[in-house]
Design a protein around this ligand. Sequence first.
Ligand code: ATP
Ligand code: MG
Length: 661
Amino acid sequence: MGNPVSVLDELLREIPALRPQMYFKTSLTALSHAMEDQVLAGRDRPLMIASFQQERFYRQEAHRYVRLSELSPDIYVFSAAGTQFDAQANRYETIAFDPDDALVNEWHLVVLGAHYSACLVCREHQPAPGPGARLPGTPVLDQTRRFEGVWTLDSQVSQRAASILLDRVVAYRPSLAEQVERARQQYIPEPVSSPIAIGESDPFAQRLVTYVQASQYKLLKAYKAIAIQSEREQLINSITAAIRQSLNPSEIFAIATRELAQVLSASRCLIYRYSEDAAAAPIQREYRQPGIVALMDSDWSLLDHPLFEWVRRHRQTLMSNRPVSDLDPADIHAHLSQWEVSDYLLVPLIYQERLLGAIELHQCKDIDATSDRKAWSDTDVDLVESIATQLSVALIQAEAYGRLAVLNQQLADLERTRSNLIAITGHELRTPLSTIRVCLESLNTEPDMPLELQQVMLSSALSDADRMQNLVQDFLTLSRLESGRIEWNLESLSLEECVALALSSVRSTESRPLPTIKTDLADSLPFIRADGEWIVEVLSKVIDNACKFTDADGEVVLQAQPHTKALIKVSISDTGRGIEPDRLEAVFDRFYQEEGALRRSVGGTGLGLAICRQIIEAHQGQIWATSAGKNQGTQIHFTLPVARPARPARSRRPRRKKVSV
Ligand code: ATP
Ligand code: MG
């Protein structure tokens, strides 16, 4: 069990006139060496008592004590017990003290000789814990350690200190009691009378100590500056590394807000993005110190934010300790006081004169109470501005990457279309082409062919030519629709007439037996406002599908009725093969065919419904499919706008679309 009483406290209690001072560790090392050198250079055989806090400090000095022990038999060295340090008598006495002894925080050296006495009694200074205890960025270096205590050449003070320390020697090593007593009689001849008056110290030595202390102080300041600088460089590096490793702005913002708030000891750091056409500039990321209110999810409208508005107009940094004339302090106060913000710093994120957002840092009142930082220094601003440059580049990179991803998607779509086209060309163009070729070759090489057979040859060549023409026509139509190159001729039209035209078109082109087709149009349907040729096209394609995918003994029903006040709904239902629920949307994709183009039994290219969707959407309508599933029939529905004003006396008749390739 160690002694909990500090030697320094004991000495100060005994000699109240002593005034402790603050010493850097380096100064103490210099003073201790000077005291030891004085002994080594002189002819005294002094009593020396040294106390090292830890064994490793003692080991650095051990060789000196071997040399000192050659001069004097009365040397005592204290150190906290370590691996090798132990209580033993070699050339001089070593005393291992308990790790919980007050000596563990102290540093002592007492020299008592006939011609020279000096004493150094110090205790390590522990800064009070809590915010502001250490300046941000202060390195934990040996050089920054500070001790408070007494250094003097006064022989009476040295004797008192020696006496206290000799008591500690005997407490740990009772076997040395006799030897210590002898030393006491030799070096501390008579009990010192109280109170002791402190004599004038050697002015030369004092000057030297002051000089060492001052240089140490300068060094410490330099260390701090270097440490702050390196911390800032590290911050920039970590953000640059994050930008290199990620194209995801939210990851980069998370690192930037956290690091900036920590390095600048800010209460809160926000990053938000701005775009000219957006109605708000939402907070993308917020980092705040414990106990600070979150703004991220609160009603923090940036468009009514006077500070951001100023930054948006001037594209410059704005901060509380550099007020600007065109901002009303009352406005700012009203805006920030609700969040208890006392100091702010706003740095715009700009790339090539384009404002992308801002970094905003706050100091809040409750933190100010304990923090020694309030406003922003030029170095703080430089740091945030250089981070802002990095973030702007990151944002632009992410934006470019996003655009690249869209372009890639478009390219992939294009590639799919291209390969579909090749496959379909292979089947839908080459097959009829070879039929036509075979027919024509036969007609050419066999002039004696019976007339009936010649007729068959000619009509199959003609029907395959039609098939090719339809494919090319659909393809061109779709590409015109998709590129928006159509001029819509919108008129008031009778839907009944469109239906009649579409039905006659289907009936005239189909050679196969068709299912029964019924129409069920609501009475006095309002006119529609549409381009008649295109609506007939839609109806023909949908009816064609219904007939194509329904057996001849099935039924196709065409219905139309008002859907809303402004829309009419048309539905074409069949009793055919139906569509699986997960395919109901896919049937509107270009080239979609359930069995694939190359395995078709019925003709077609998979462009029909894609064309219909383009036409209906161009009329501000919608088209969709419903089906109860396989072999349960299909319903294709679409809406069209009602013409206004209500039904005129005469309307234009819709025409069939002219087929032109
Ligand atoms: P075309 O370009 O000649 O119209 P297509 O009829 O195959 O060829 P779409 O009209 O776009 O192409 O139809 C796409 C696919 O949707 C069809 O191949 C078919 O698989 C499915 N489909 C369309 N209508 C029906 C329907 N009434 N019943 C069942 N399946 C249908
Ligand atoms: Mg079709």
